[in-house]
Design a protein around this ligand. Structure first.
Ligand SMILES: Nc1nc2c(c(=O)[nH]1)N[C@H]1C(S)=C(S)[C@@H](COP(=O)(O)OP(=O)(O)OC[C@H]3O[C@@H](n4cnc5c(=O)[nH]c(N)nc54)[C@H](O)[C@@H]3O)O[C@H]1N2
Ligand SMILES: Nc1nc2c(c(=O)[nH]1)N[C@H]1C(S)=C(S)[C@@H](COP(=O)(O)OP(=O)(O)OC[C@H]3O[C@@H](n4cnc5c(=O)[nH]c(N)nc54)[C@H](O)[C@@H]3O)O[C@H]1N2
Ligand SMILES: [Mo]
Length: 768
């Protein structure tokens, strides 16, 4: 019997021999160096490792595909501006193993789906295009030419272009992303969902509305000069380790750090810079001056409590709010204040789960300082009220006049290394009209003005068979999206699923009737084209565009670049319907940049400025107090407290990353900073919540979520008692995506609410 789509989509439920230790109170240091060396020796050629560690994130080197944290403009460490998890990302991409057609001849799709994500990822780099025929059990090789024809035939057979979905993951460079969206729009649809929909979409939505730009406003230099940095809903020690260097520098300059997180994440507590031999020996820098153990989704309540106290002080003593800034630059202040007055301080503080003492420490830092930066990530964006979370932070910054001046502002810390750039160059299912007009001016076709599908809409459309072709430029759609079983059926309903990938992943196994795997070059590899080795470009979390150029030989001669794949598919599909000379772009990517410069604001002299060693900044209105909102001012907003209430036996669950994964790529089975080794099927619970349920350490439990009458279940998790607020719990993604309801998402932004899943926990009867 062949496995069903949802059987293939779910990860194996077996345990892998859990070991635990007390979570460390310090991050990075020798432990990080040991971990990097282990990964590098196991998976990479040594010569490649040396090349990479000396060129990664260096001026004129190549951009680490690990995360979107910017590189310092000034000095970069002689040891290589790398971090443990950046090197692990590289060890994964530059694996010595390659898998070719004989691997797929030996292993059926069903067999591979029995392996864990860790095992699938360690098979090696994809080497040649592979095709899964209808009803077939095994992939077989296919020539690039036939693969392009296959995609073109499916796309051209659709009743209308909106029956195709074109997903992007955020590693795609500006050049590939621009051409991809151009092809999709010329083909006739705006169905361009991307990983951003599941990530910082809520930030983009809230920031555009309030500050007129969907990106952060600060630079690295601002971080060094801030008086207070609040890091809220983010785990930089694991996910943006180089950010700890910036926080350390800020502290050295006298800045204070407030960390707001349900978990006492090691990186937020203490950091030992691995590039400072002295620090390695002397024991590192304390990071958080105040650690705020907020309850999951208690952030609006906590910020409101701060706002209420600030208002009280302003009324009593005055000189708390930046009145001149508010007067000159903001809108909606009176409405905001009168709404704020309808809330009660004690109620808000209680809902936040924070003690009065910790609140007071935080409040004093906010009250007494004027240069404040707020950094955040998925802990704020993946909730139903995610947009409110971020708008409430903006309210706080506006009251303090902490925006558009040195050492102050917004800092949404982006995930994928070019997720921000992809959006800038047009990967957007609801792109602004001005952008579409530019496309029309430049290329002479009229892009559809209808909004396309975001990730959630795309899944529904495929499930309902309204979309029939899924094309993924990077990423691992089935493991990244919520509601695994429903989403698996959605993909299975397609006529064709296509993935442009560097490595094998679960999305290659949960297929439409036919499926293609198109292997491409990674960031680290040399991209040989007619005009020579190509340079590409990316935009980091702070809006700096810089170049990236691979340094390793490609792991197979059969690989194409993403740019070449897109050009060939566009050419094969649109043939003489197109107004664009598709094939010439792949010979010389400078031609793509010339086009981007004509269509997207801020890219003047793109090719010239890209040669500057540190790249160039894109324009940023909020940074200059030029707020391009509908009112022409920075807007205060009115935000409610979230409404959900837990029943007696329920917990609120956040799905988070371990220290050994990059999204759905599982580097290893440890989560060193949380004291977990060799296991991913665990649930972190408050010890009192365990006791009240009669659970003890390492008991095996099943998890159940009920949403709008639908019950979702996940089995075989080991309970770990942890320092987490009452009624809160945490599990790893993607193992528990099966519990995240597709219909539970952020209002207006549609980011799946994967950090607030209401569940019950039940002890398993069988023992494992
Ligand atoms: N090594 C590595 N680096 C990565 C990634 C990776 O997987 N591995 N992923 C990349 C991507 S795409 C992204 S988006 C980023 C993700 O970076 P993060 O957002 O740091 O990643 P998460 O593990 O989702 O962590 C969310 C953090 O928010 C906290 N949190 C959860 N719910 C709440 C809440 O309600 N309130 C508050 N205040 N905190 C909460 C959690 O305890 C956790 O510390 O990292 C990027 N960098
Ligand atoms: N429950 C839950 N779900 C989540 C999240 C969560 O916190 N909780 N986080 C969400 C977030 S923030 C994000 S960003 C998404 C991530 O969603 P995705 O971006 O779709 O997932 P990734 O795991 O980053 O994708 C990994 C795959 O990308 C391919 N790849 C790697 N490098 C390249 C490259 O250079 N080119 C190409 N073409 N392919 C490449 C490899 O084949 C690899 O298997 O997941 C989301 N899902
Ligand atoms: Mo992300």
């Amino acid at each position: 019997m062949k496995k069903t789509a949802s059987q293939k989509a779910n990860t194996s439920e077996s345990f892998t021999d859990l070991k635990t230790k007390t979570p460390p109170k310090n991050s990075v240091g020798f432990g990080a160096i040991k971990s990097v060396v282990g990964h590098v020796f196991r998976y990479m050629k040594l010569s490649d490792a040396v090349k990479i560690s000396t060129t990664l994130n260096q001026k004129g080197g190549f951009d680490c595909p690990g995360c979107a944290w910017p590189d310092p403009d000034d000095e970069r460490s002689a040891l290589g501006e790398y971090c443990e998890n950046g090197m692990k990302a590289m060890a994964e991409e530059a694996q010595k193993n390659v898998i070719s057609s004989d691997f797929f001849a030996r292993n059926s799709v069903d067999e591979i789906s029995n392996w864990s994500d860790f095992e699938i990822g360690k098979t090696g780099r994809l080497k040649e295009p592979m095709f899964l025929a209808e009803g077939a059990t095994h992939y077989q090789p296919m020539s690039w030419e036939n693969a392009f024809i296959k995609v073109a035939e499916h796309l051209n057979a659709l009743n209308n272009p909106d029956e195709a979905v074109f997903y992007t993951s955020g590693r795609t460079t500006n050049e590939a992303a621009f051409l991809y969206q151009l092809f999709v729009r010329e083909f006739g649809t705006a169905n361009l969902p991307d990983c951003s929909n599941m990530c910082h979409e809520a930030s983009g939505s809230a920031l555009s509305e309030t500050l007129g730009i969907g990106k952060g406003s600060v630079t690295l230099d601002d971080l060094y000069k801030a008086e207070v940095v609040m890091v809220i809903g983010q785990n930089p020690g694991t996910n943006h380790p180089r950010m700890l260097n910036a926080l350390e520098k800020c502290k050295k300059n006298g800045g204070k750090i407030i960390a707001v997180n349900p978990l006492p994440e090691a990186g937020l507590i203490k950091f030992t810079n691995p590039q400072s031999p002295k620090k390695l020996l002397t024991g590192g820098t304390k990071i958080a001056d105040v650690f705020v153990p907020v309850t999951i989704n208690g952030d609006v309540a906590f910020i409101k409590a701060l706002l209420l106290k600030l208002l009280e002080e302003q009324t009593l003593i005055g000189n708390v709010f930046d009145k001149a800034f508010i007067e000159d630059y903001t809108h909606n202040y009176e409405a905001f204040i009168s709404d704020l007055k309808t809330y009660d301080f004690e109620d808000c503080l209680k809902a936040s789960g924070v003690s009065r003492e910790i609140f007071d420490d935080t409040f004093n830092l906010i009250l007494n300082n004027q240069k404040i930066i707020i950094c955040w990530a998925m802990g704020l964006t993946q909730h139903q009220n995610a947009v409110d979370n971020i708008r409430e932070l903006v309210n706080l910054l506006l009251l303090k006049g902490s925006i558009g001046k040195e050492g102050a502002g917004t800092c949404p810390v982006r995930g994928h290394s070019n997720v921000q750039g992809d959006r800038t160059v047009g990967i957007w299912e609801s792109a602004p009209q001005a952008f579409l007009d530019k496309i029309e001016d430049k290329y002479g076709f009229k892009p559809t003005t209808k909004h396309g599908y975001s990730v959630i809409d795309a899944i529904k459309a495929m499930y309902e068979k309204e979309a029939k072709v899924f094309f993924g430029l990077g990423g691992n759609f089935i493991s990244a999206v919520p509601d695994t079983n429903y989403s698996a059926q959605a993909l299975a309903n397609c006529n064709l699923t296509v993935h442009v990938s560097t490595k094998l992943n679960r999305s290659h196994l949960v297929t439409g009737k036919e499926a293609l795997i198109l292997p491409c070059l990674g960031r680290s590899e040399k991209d040989y084209q007619k005009s020579g080795i190509q340079t590409q470009s990316v935009e980091n979390s702070m809006g700096i565009v810089s170049s990236t150029k691979g340094i390793l030989e490609p792991c197979s001669d059969a690989l194409l670049s993403e740019v070449a794949v897109v050009c060939n598919i566009a050419y094969a599909t649109l043939k003489n319907r197109t107004k664009i000379d598709w094939l010439h772009y792949k010979d010389d990517y400078a031609l793509v940049r010339n086009d981007i410069q004509d269509v997207v604001a801020g890219f003047d002299d793109y090719n010239t400025r890209l040669k500057q060693p540190t790249g160039f900044y894109l324009p940023n209105g909020a940074r200059e107090r030029n707020f391009k909102t509908e009112t022409g001012k920075a807007n205060f907003s009115l935000n409610k407290l979230p409404k959900w209430k837990l029943k007696a036996n329920e917990l609120i669950m956040m799905t988070i990353r371990s220290h050994d994964q990059f999204n759905t790529t599982i580097y290893g089975l440890n989560d060193r900073y949380r004291g977990i080794f060799n296991e991913r099927r665990i649930i972190f619970m408050n010890r009192d919540d365990m006791e009240s349920r009669g659970l003890v350490e390492q008991d095996v439990v099943s998890l159940k979520s009920e949403f709008n009458g639908v019950i979702r279940e996940a089995h075989h998790f080991k309970v770990i008692g942890y320092d987490i607020p009452r009624n809160c719990c945490a599990t790893y993604f993607p193992e528990t995506n099966v519990l995240v309801p597709l219909d539970s998402f952020a209002h207006t932004a549609k980011t799946p609410a994967s950090k607030s899943v209401i569940i019950t926990v039940e002890k398993s009867i069988s023992s494992f």
